[in-house]
Each structure stands twice: as structure tokens, then as C-alpha cells.
Write a protein that binds this ligand. Sequence first.
Ligand SMILES: [Zn+2]
Length: 395
Amino acid sequence: MHRLVDHSAIQTFSENHFQMEEIICERAQNKKRKVRQVQRDLSYRWPNNTVPYFVGNVTSNIKKSVRMAIEELHAWTCVRFQSVNQRYSNGDSVRIVDLGSCSSPIGRQQIGIQDVSLTKNCWGMGTAIHELMHAIGIEHTQSRSDRNRYLDILAQNIDQRDLPNFELLSPRLWANLVPYDYGSVMHYSADSFSNKDDEQTMLPKDRSFIETMGSMIPNFYDFDQINQYYQCYDNCRSTGRTANCANGGIPNPNNCQVCNCPMGYGGDLCDQRPEGCGSTLVATYRWQKQKLTVRFNRNDDQYFTFCNLWIVGPTGRTIQVIYEITSESTRKQICSFGCYEGGVEVKHLEDPRITNDRDCCLNTPLNLTTTVNPLPVILYTSGATVTYDFSYRYL
Ligand SMILES: [Zn+2]
């Protein structure tokens, strides 16, 4: 489905600090661009899956963002960030520091101390995990060698000096371990490096993903990529009993009895609606209408509050939903490339692991029909209380 992005709202949020800071970051990196940031060359991995790190002089918000990002990485992967003294001299380490940008080199540099920079304009946990994933060794999604199958690059909106950011990684040196995911936390937004207000620099071939790109939410495949790169899954292969995961889940390398679940799925085996905010809606043959609201919880400061719903129809039946944001002013408030103020994701696509088209502008109601049943609906916000009008039925 093609939707136009509300430009007036985008303009309001043109102070996309994450993106601006990343520009600084990537320019800085380009100066020393050698083909040394390679995944196939395993010397850029951290030995024993362990990244020694220490935190320099940064704000409490940055400290919290880094702490949350490390907690996520520890929960999902076998990579460990090990807190060390700043006089650590037993090998390479990462220093979290404010150099006025959001930036990190890619992988272990073998230079002793290497910096992950986070500054006040970096966007919370989402940017912290993006930069830490660079430090672990992960490059940008839009640099992948298969990128041109998924994006149209609008070079007319990019300054010459920024074009290197759109270069492709060599498939000889870089491996693509997971499918191309527009919702990866390593993917830039549609207007990154734009030399004109409001103009896009990259368009997804499937235009319904235009707001999805620039995500601040690490997705299933982000963690899966780390687990493959660091061979975390070997741990569960060598143990006898592993969980039999549903809905695309994979046994967690830290505890093979429970699964890493794609978004929208929970429980030990990914066969439950995730715990916390949300409910299960039972679809009938007749249309039902319901207002669904997500409210920000202050405990989620520096990140999002999520609500997970399931719409359930009789086994084997197709589900149809129509949804929109109730309030026009809220719609304008949260509309942005990347949906970092909040959004909705209805997981209607066949692959339960991949990020579906996320929406935060919804200029017109979305209407979709899917055989995915139960149908996960994910609402999230970083501040605003957002209410959606949902109509649903089975066919
Ligand atoms: Zn980056």
C-alpha cells in the first residue's frame, strides 16, 4: 500500500538529532575508510564474545541508555559487555564517551581503547544499541551488497560528499547473515543525508515501509545476526534438550530451554501473547470496532512502552483489519520517518521474524487482509498517549 508522508509533520520533526549526529559519525568514519570493517575477517570480532568496556564522563540519560542496551544484548545474545577499570590494560576495550556525536568504529580495532560516542542528542536506548552493535562488528543495513534490490537511492537529494555513505559493501568481504529487514535498528531513515528539507534520499521498493526505516527498536534479526556472527547458537546445538519454538523463535543461546521470540510473540516457546500491556481480541464474522490506546510508562524512559495485542479468529480463517489514529493532532505529533515517537505494527506478513510495515502517519486508514491468525498488533510510544481506531473481523 502506498501512503504519502505528511510533510508538515515531518518538518516539525526535522530536528532528527539521531540522524544529524549520525551524519557526523559517518563522515568521521569515512575519512579513515579502509576495507577493514569486515565481517568475513573474524579478527574484528571480540575474543571470547566479550567486550571489555568502561563509561567515561556522560550524562545519566546516556548511562541509562547504555545500561538498557547492554541488558538487551545480554538477554538475546551470547555477547558480553564486561565492565572494567579505565586503566584496563589486558587487551582491547571500549570507552563510552561524549565526543559530540553518535558514533562507533565497526568491530574490534585492535588499538587498545576505542570510543563509542554518545551525546545528548542521540536518541536513547535505540541509538545506544545501534552504536554498540557497530562496536560488536555490524554495519548498516542500507550498505548491504543486496541493498539495490530493496531501495531506490535518490542521488539528486544527496550532496556529493555524502555519497560515500551509500556505497555498497563488497560481498567478497561481507556476509549477509539474515534477510534484509527495513526495520533493523541498523537501517537509516528515508531522509538521511538529505540536502533538502523534506526530501527523501532512499525509498523502499515496497513503499509501505517508508516509515519503518530508521527504526529505534532492535529487531529479531538484529540479535539473530549477532548470534550467528559470534556463533552463539553452537551452545544449544551441543546440548541435548532445546526448546521447540513456535512462530519463528530460536532457542536462546543463554538458556536453550526458552526461545528468543520475534516481536508480537512471547512465552517460553513464542506461542503466547507477550506479557504486559495488551489483550486478546476475538474476531467475529461481523465487524467489531475498538479503540486501542498505548500510554507511556515513565519507567521506560530512554525507550518505548509497548502494548501487544492479538486478534484471534477461528482456526484457518482469514482476518481483516482497518485502522487509523483517532486524533489528527496526535497523528501529526508522532508522524516521522522511523516512527521514533511511536507507531503501530500489524504483523500480517508470512515471515514472523521480519519487521512489518510500521506506521505512524496513517494519512488514510489502512486496510489489510491476512492469513496470519492469531494476528499480532504492536503499539508503542516514547511519550505521547496514542489511540487507534481498530475495526476487525474474520472472513
Ligand atoms: Zn551507524
